[in-house]
Design a protein around this ligand. Sequence first.
Ligand code: NI
Length: 256
Amino acid sequence: MLIDTHAHLQDKSLKPEIEDILKRADEAGVKKIVCVGYDYATSVEAVELANRYKGIYAVVGVHPHDAEELNQNVLEKLYVLAKDPKVVAIGEIGLDYYRNLSPKEKQKEAFIEQIKMAHEIGKPVVIHDRDAHQDVLNIIKQEKAGKNGGIMHCYSGHLPMAIELMKQGFYISFAGPVTFNNARKTQEVAANIPLDKMLIETDCPYLTPEPFRGKRNEPAYVRYVAGKIAEIRRKDEEEVAYITSRNAEKIFNLLD
Ligand code: NI
């Protein structure tokens, strides 16, 4: 069994074909999918999908790109949504200094507010970090973000930061980029961290792994991420699938 721990099934490029996509995932051995919101509307859609289909779970939150959306009204609605039993974490939240679609101060504020929400309702956090490693790590430490566990999604940092994150209660999640030829730094992390701290994801429809890089991504392709990690670790793909699935069930407390 494989688990895709980060998919945006509500994306308009995937949702119209959801039944076919879930069928292909099932055929590829992907039995559970964590559907992640990135603003209020897509968080609602994630919860709807999780309540409609077996094996889908929801993560709700406001992405740093949309940090300006997170006013008091949206935060209150998010709290209500986050208490749904199919919601397994708060995310994706964090900082993105690559595109800087919201001002940095607003991003930090929204990040901290949502860490506090996760703590209040007792669920883990799913964190997005792009070109903001130091500030993300500082906030994680300052707010004890990993108190109920955490997931660093689509990990792009170096090994020392991964070690620091694991000490803070985090799992490290790998997506398509670990399969890319030029991903030496990410592959080094995958080669060196304990397998029992590792998760795999697609981040679909983005970041399609080799050999389908450039095409639309979908949960069935998470097996290529597992395959690459197996190759890096010189393990069987089944073992990587088994361990990463067990990790995902543990951190997200995936109920049937
Ligand atoms: Ni994502």
